[in-house]
Design a protein around this ligand. Structure first.
Ligand SMILES: NC(=O)C1=CN([C@@H]2O[C@H](COP(=O)(O)OP(=O)(O)OC[C@H]3O[C@@H](n4cnc5c(N)ncnc54)[C@H](O)[C@@H]3O)[C@@H](O)[C@H]2O)C=CC1
Ligand SMILES: O=P(O)(O)OC[C@H]1O[C@](O)(CO)[C@@H](O)[C@@H]1O
Length: 382
């Protein structure tokens, strides 16, 4: 099997690319970073540092890389069996044009073998959203062929992979936690289902996507935002702060109560899932900055994402949400010099004030109770 993976970053190298290479898939990365492309092409591999109770170094070999914006990537889309992405939600639209060109070429070359595309991003049904971008870029008369031959397969991806430690000069350096979970929607594949170790197939993807995004990512984001407020630099330091931990755990439980109602999860197993996540946040072997985990606060405060969507669920089922509201207020206080969305948030707050800013970003009603509660917490937070 041949695969093209967009995004040779942390998840690309440390999780999805590694898993494909381990399964003997002939793997090419597509990226835009010259440093990554050069290093991958000259060394053809890299080491993955898996850290936990027992640290291991797992080599990845026989990989190569192409520029995702160039003709090589288009040519590969015409040939491979699998395309995966881990580029970040905002980049999917940017790569859609070249993916569409590759699909047109594939058709022109008479390659009717099934191709499956899987976006591995922190998004609800990210591949379906990517499909829309690809279809927007496709000529009208190619759409029927693409529908018939290309599977757009949604997935949930879970492994904490922070950027390489400060001071590392190797662009391929990557350190990952032991835990990993990649769950894909088996109902969306074209052709035979792949048999790749570490890729789990399900016909109930939404339950897994929401369980992951609205537990791990909800808790992680609130740890980051409250941690930054309390002056902690890392997720570990933040989650070991009892005041932060109480809110994070409370918010995951509030979100969990919605998931239990919606998907019928077993309450005890869900409580154990939350405990496991808290211990992953504490991982002493990972250095994960609160600034990274809180990145792109406008995305994280949007209606379908990890803070607002669980809160809307609590309203739907009339469940408590005091801790989620504290997390939302803390997100409004997130600051980062590196992050354009953090700058935009500051600009919005100073132009519109907190109430209108939150309503605009989240889609929550400006005169509703939740906005009033969040703004009241926000104002007490400095
Ligand atoms: N790091 C983590 O622990 C996890 C990340 N994710 C998700 O995986 C995705 C990627 O995250 P990370 O790997 O952490 O980010 P990252 O920033 O380490 O990697 C993104 C990669 O995409 C590349 N890129 C940017 N523009 C591109 C383009 N036009 N074409 C091709 N490549 C391009 C970048 O050069 C970079 O190598 C995100 O959606 C994230 O939410 C999901 C689970 C875990
Ligand atoms: O990658 P995002 O969506 O910006 O959010 C960061 C989060 O994603 C992860 O990278 C993994 O799911 C976490 O480390 C963190 O919750």
């Amino acid at each position: 099997m041949k695969a093209l993976h967009f995004g040779a970053g942390n998840i690309g190298r440390g999780f999805i690319g590694k898993l494909l290479a381990d399964a003997q898939v002939e793997l090419t990365f597509a990226d835009v970073s010259p440093a990554l492309l050069d290093a991958l092409n000259s060394r053809k591999g890299y080491d993955v540092h898996v850290v936990g109770e027992q640290a291991t170094v797992e080599p990845v070999s026989n990989v190569s890389a192409v520029n995702s914006a160039g003709q090589d990537a288009i040519n590969l889309i015409a040939q491979v069996d699998l395309v995966t992405t881990a580029v970040g939600p905002t980049v999917l639209e940017k790569i859609a044009g070249n993916v569409a060109k590759g699909l047109v070429l594939r058709h022109q070359q008479g390659n009717d073998s099934p191709l499956n595309i899987i976006a591995c991003e922190n998004m609800v049904r990210g591949t379906s959203q990517f499909k829309q971008h690809v279809f927007n870029a496709l000529p009208e008369d190619e759409k029927v062929w693409v529908e018939a031959h290309v599977g757009f397969v949604d997935s949930a991806v879970d492994r904490i992979v922070p950027p390489a430690a400060a001071g590392t000069t190797d662009p391929l350096e990557v350190t990952v936690e032991t835990f990993s979970e990649w769950i894909v929607d088996k109902t969306q594949f074209k052709g035979p289902l792949p048999d790749i170790k570490g890729m789990e197939l399900t016909d109930n993807l939404m339950a897994f996507v929401e369980r992951k995004l609205f537990t791990l990512n909800t808790g992680h984001a609130i740890t980051a935002y409250l941690g930054q407020q309390a002056g902690h630099a890392t997720i570990r330091d933040a989650i070991l702060d009892p005041q932060v931990r109480a809110v994070v755990k409370g918010a995951m439980e509030e979100s969990g109560a919605v998931l239990i109602k919606r998907y019928g999860f077993d309450a005890d197993k869900h409580a154990a899932y939350i405990q496991k996540i808290l211990s992953r946040f504490e991982n002493p072997y990972l250095h994960d900055d609160v600034e990274r985990v809180g990145r792109q606060p406008l995305r994280k405060l949007s209606a379908g994402d990890r803070l607002i969507k669980p809160l809307l669920g609590t309203e739907e089922y009339q469940l408590p949400h005091a801790n989620l509201v504290v997390g939302i207020a803390a997100a409004m206080r997130y600051r980062s010099e590196q992050d354009p969305q953090a700058q935009e948030l500051v600009a919005l707050l100073s132009k519109l004030g907190p109430k209108a800013t939150l309503a605009q970003i989240s889609g929550l009603p400006i005169d509703g109770e939740v906005v009033a509660q969040a703004v009241s917490v926000y104002e007490k937070m400095h």
